[in-house]
Design a protein around this ligand. Structure first.
Ligand code: RB5
Length: 149
């Protein structure tokens, strides 16, 4: 089984529509969107959805994770508690590329109440097309890993 083309997607209630738009978008780019919901509009706590997507990435089932809540902040905080996860919130394309290039991020968080659909898709593309540069950045990422104990 290969995880190399699988992306885990999750959100809370604040970002269901944008999550589904992103899932459809990444599928057009050749990725397999593993959209783990939720589908229902009822209020649901972002930590459990951030954790669920993070587990899929940390276990190797998915190469990347894209997670959303109202701001992107809460779900990012939850995902980063899972060992092996490096997730950044992005509201601009420059940062979305840089968290791959310099931080080897394996998850991207987006705030559905912060960015519109067009920018969100550009952010996703910037994240997915950038490559980790390694070199001096590898040692820094290793220092992040060491903090996990
Ligand atoms: C839900 O109202 C909201 O708090 C959540 O989507 C997110 O913005 C938290 O960080």
């Amino acid at each position: 089984m290969t995880a190399s083309n699988r992306i885990a997607l999750s959100s809370d209630h604040a970002a269901i529509q944008l999550r589904q738009i992103i899932a459809a978008h990444v599928a057009t780019k050749g990725w397999v969107a593993v959209d783990i919901g939720p589908k229902a509009p009822e209020s649901t706590p972002y930590p459990k959805h951030g954790e669920a997507a993070a587990r899929l990435v940390a276990s190797g089932d998915c190469r990347f994770g894209i997670i959303l809540c109202g701001t992107g902040q809460g779900i990012m905080m939850a995902a980063n508690k899972v060992k092996g996860i490096r997730c950044g919130v992005c509201a601009d394309t420059f940062s979305a590329g840089m968290i791959r290039q310099h931080n080897d991020a394996n998850m991207l968080a987006i705030g559905a109440r912060v960015v519109g659909e067009g920018l969100a898709l550009d952010i996703v593309d910037a994240f997915l097309t950038a490559e980790f540069e390694g070199g001096r950045h590898a040692m820094r990422v290793e220092m992040i890993r060491a903090l996990e104990g």
